[in-house]
Design a protein around this ligand. Structure first.
Ligand code: DX5
Ligand code: ZN
Length: 216
């Protein structure tokens, strides 16, 4: 499978977001992961569509917007107009078929995500509905730099098996949280191919080499 690296700008210097995404592109990242938090679905507040619009001119990389917000349906249009290429919504927050229709109406990609305590089979209807990607949280959403939850590996396997079973063996499966150069092999072996990494990429001495090594 084609492994894609999606560094999270949550771990970057917010005073220099434009430079951060330019650097990610130069260093070989495949996507820019944008962690949007509303202070309700998760305790912290990060940034919204305005910040996504501000970084848009600084990179050609797809902007992968992970919406950790309640009522995501009230934000889709703003993120689409801001230049998001892919929007991921939590199954815990919305009616997936309705949200997918809304996202599709802006001709951008759609994805669904589950929290660590939500069973992975909640992603299966999203896969049936034509998700372009699915995401499994491997930490509790809200903060970067947490420890990878080992039980996530079984969930990744179950989702990849389902994809194979329904004739979508190559569907993008993204995993988010606590991924390091050490545990990435297990994440890929379990069946994931889109790797989110915040701290690992932004704390690296040599960002390009770290992104290369994360590919396995
Ligand atoms: C957590 C966010 C993650 C986070 C990952 O709520 O969704 O994307 O930034 O950061 P690391 O890689 O540091 O765990
Ligand atoms: Zn995220």
């Amino acid at each position: 499978m084609n492994i894609k690296i999606a560094p999270s700008i949550l771990a970057s210097d917010f005073a220099r977001l434009g430079e951060a995404v330019e650097r990610l592109e130069k260093c070989g990242a495949d996507l820019v992961h944008c962690d949007v938090m509303d202070g309700n679905f998760v305790p912290p507040v990060t940034f919204g569509a305005q910040a996504v619009k501000a970084i848009r001119p600084h990179t050609k990389l797809p902007l992968d917007c992970h919406l950790m917000v309640l009522h995501p349906e009230t934000h889709i249009e703003d993120f689409a107009s801001a230049g998001a290429d892919l929007i991921t919504v939590h199954v815990e927050t919305c009616n997936i078929p309705a949200l997918f229709k809304q996202i599709e109406s802006f001709h951008i990609k759609k994805s669904a995500v589950v929290n660590p305590e939500t069973p992975e089979n909640r992603l299966f209807p999203a896969i049936d509905e034509g998700a372009d990607m699915v995401l499994l949280m491997s930490v509790h959403p809200g903060w970067g730099g947490q420890k990878f939850i080992q039980e996530s590996l079984k969930k990744i396997e179950a989702v990849r098996n389902y994809c194979v079973k329904v004739g979508k063996p190559d569907l993008d499966i993204e995993v988010d949280g606590g991924i390091t150069e050490e545990n990435v092999k297990d994440v890929i072996a379990a069946g994931a191919n889109v790797i989110v990494a915040g701290s690992t990429v932004f704390r690296a001495k040599d960002m390009a080499a770290t992104i290369r090594r994360l590919r396995g």
